[in-house]
Write a protein that binds this ligand. Structure first.
Ligand code: ZN
Length: 133
């Protein structure tokens, strides 16, 4: 397993981690397989979406904030229940197909680390499973 850290600067933020994942996959030199990206946190997540227009991740964060306001009447006493709910909605892992040594992402797709209770230093785990040529 590989891992890397992500340092976030905002409370809610989406950070493109595609290059870090691609570098890990390249190092493994597999031709065909899968890469699992896993976020071991309860107030952060990972998702795949468009990064060509930076308004897309902004819209996702803004809409999540409208759907799950920080000051909603939650029970959890840490004051970050909105972040826990957002993390569960978005999810803690993504799986991407690797073919010909390349991530089979669509033209406009990027892999985003999603921070919902930053700023913090976070960890991302990456497991590559596959066959060598
Ligand atoms: Zn909490």
């Amino acid at each position: 397993m590989d891992s890397f850290t992500v340092t976030t600067r905002e409370r809610c933020e989406m950070i493109d981690i595609t290059k870090k994942v691609r570098d890990i996959v390249s190092k493994q030199k597999i031709s065909t397989g899968l890469v699992c990206i896993f976020v071991p946190h309860t107030t952060a997540a990972v998702t795949i979406n468009e990064n060509a227009d930076p308004d897309v991740p902004r819209d996702i964060l803004n809409q999540l904030n409208r759907l799950i306001p920080k000051n909603a009447p939650f029970l959890h006493c840490e004051g970050n229940s909105d972040a826990h709910v957002k993390a569960s909605l978005v999810g803690s892992s993504e799986l991407v197909i690797v073919s010909g040594g390349e991530l089979m992402l669509g033209q406009w797709q990027s892999i985003f680390f999603c921070e919902f209770d930053g700023p913090r230093t976070r960890r991302v785990y990456v497991e590559v499973v596959g066959s060598k040529p």
